[in-house]
Write a new protein. Structure first.
Length: 335
C-alpha cells in the first residue's frame, strides 16, 4: 500500500490540543460518577481513613500513567493498547487485546446511555421542570445525539467533552469547598491519613478499599486513542495522560476530605447508609431544593462518557481494520 493511499485512509492530524485530549480522557474516567458511587464504597471499607486510600491509589495510578504515557510517546496510535501489544507481544496478543477493548466498549456505551436516560427522565420530572418523558424515549434521543456529535468529528466531540467535564467537576468541587468552608479548619484532622482511622483499625480495611479506589481512576489511558489526531502528539498526549490522573486525583482528594469531615468520624456509617449520600450532603450544606443539581451532574457525566467511549471504540476498530486485523474497507468507512 502506497504512502498516499495510507494518508487518504488516515485520521485528521493535529486537530485537538492538550486541553481537549485531557477532557476526552477525563470523560471516560467519569469522576463525578465515581464520587457518587465509587468513593462511597471506599468509605464503607476505609471509613474516616478514606482520604489515605485515595492518596495511595492516586500515587499508584500516576505510576501507571507514566508507563502508558511512555508508550504513547513512542508509538502514537489510534489503536493504543491494541497497537502496543501487537508491537510488543505479537499480532495474536494485539488481536485479542483489540477485541477485548471493543467488547468492553460495546457493554459500557449502551449501559452509560441507559443510566443517562434514567437520570435525565428523573431530572425532567422533578419539582423544577415538571415534564414526564419515558427513559426509553430519552434513550433513543441520547443515542441520536451521541451519534451526531461523534459523526461531526473528534474536534467537536472533544470540545463537547471539555464543556461537560468542566461543568460536572465544577459543581461537585463547589459543593466540596462549601462543606470544607462551613466546617472550618478547627474540625480538620490528619487522622484521615492514618490506617488506624479505618473502621477496624486494620490494614485490610485499607487494602480492600484500594480495590475500589483504583477503579475510580480507570479510563485515563484511553486518551492515548487520540495519538494520531493530537497536536504535537509525542508531547501533548503523554502530558495529557499524566494530567488526567493529576486532575482527577486532586478532585477526588478534595471531595473525599469534604465527605469525611462533613460526615464526621462517627457519622460515616450513617452517611454511607444514605440512599443518595451526595444528595444528603447537598441538602445539608446547600439546600434540599438543590438536589436536582446532582441529577444534572450525573446526566453531564453520562453524556461525556458515552461520547468519549464511542470515539475510543471507533479508533480501535479503525486501527485494527487498517492493519488487516478486521476487514480493510472498514478503515476507510471509519476514518
Amino acid at each position: 500500500m502506497g504512502a498516499d493511499r495510507q494518508e487518504a485512509r488516515g485520521l485528521a492530524r493535529g486537530i485537538v490540543g492538550s486541553a481537549r485530549v485531557t477532557a476526552f480522557g477525563i470523560s471516560i474516567v467519569a469522576p463525578a460518577a465515581s464520587v457518587i458511587a465509587g468513593l462511597v464504597i471506599v468509605m464503607s471499607y476505609a471509613g474516616f481513613a478514606s482520604p489515605l486510600v485515595v492518596l495511595i491509589t492516586f500515587a499508584a495510578s500516576l505510576c501507571c500513567a507514566l508507563s502508558i504515557a511512555e508508550f504513547a510517546r513512542r508509538v502514537p496510535s489510534a489503536g493504543w493498547a491494541y497497537t502496543y501489544n501487537s508491537r510488543g507481544l505479537g499480532r495474536t496478543a494485539g488481536f485479542l487485546t483489540g477485541w477485548m477493548m471493543i467488547f468492553g466498549y460495546a457493554l459500557f456505551v449502551p449501559a452509560g446511555i441507559a443510566l443517562t436516560s434514567m437520570y435525565a427522565s428523573h431530572l425532567l420530572s422533578d419539582d423544577v421542570f415538571h415534564a414526564t418523558i419515558s427513559p426509553s424515549v430519552l434513550f433513543v434521543v441520547i443515542v441520536v445525539a451521541v451519534a451526531l456529535v461523534t459523526y461531526l468529528g473528534i474536534g467537536t466531540s472533544a470540545s463537547v467533552d471539555l464543556l461537560l467535564v468542566a461543568g460536572e467537576m465544577a459543581v461537585i468541587a463547589a459543593l466540596a469547598i462549601t462543606i470544607l468552608v462551613k466546617i472550618g479548619p478547627a474540625h480538620y484532622s490528619l487522622a484521615v491519613f492514618s490506617p488506624a482511622s479505618s473502621p477496624h483499625g486494620q490494614l485490610t480495611d485499607i487494602t480492600n478499599a484500594m480495590i475500589y479506589g483504583i477503579t475510580a481512576f480507570a479510563g485515563f489511558e484511553a486518551a492515548a486513542a487520540l495519538g494520531e489526531e493530537a497536536r504535537d502528539t509525542r508531547r501533548s498526549v503523554p502530558a495529557s495522560i499524566i494530567g488526567i490522573v493529576v486532575v482527577t486525583g486532586i478532585f477526588y482528594l478534595l471531595v473525599i476530605l469534604a465527605e469525611a469531615f462533613g460526615a464526621g468520624r462517627r457519622g460515616i456509617p450513617g452517611f454511607i447508609a444514605q440512599p443518595n449520600p451526595l444528595g444528603y450532603l447537598t441538602s445539608r450544606y446547600w439546600s434540599p431544593s438543590a438536589l436536582w443539581v446532582i441529577d444534572l451532574v450525573v446526566l453531564l457525566t453520562g453524556l461525556g462518557f458515552v461520547i468519549a467511549a464511542s470515539n475510543a471504540a471507533i479508533r480501535v476498530l479503525f486501527a485494527m481494520a487498517r492493519e488487516q486485523a478486521l476487514p480493510g474497507p472498514l478503515a476507510s468507512r471509519l476514518a
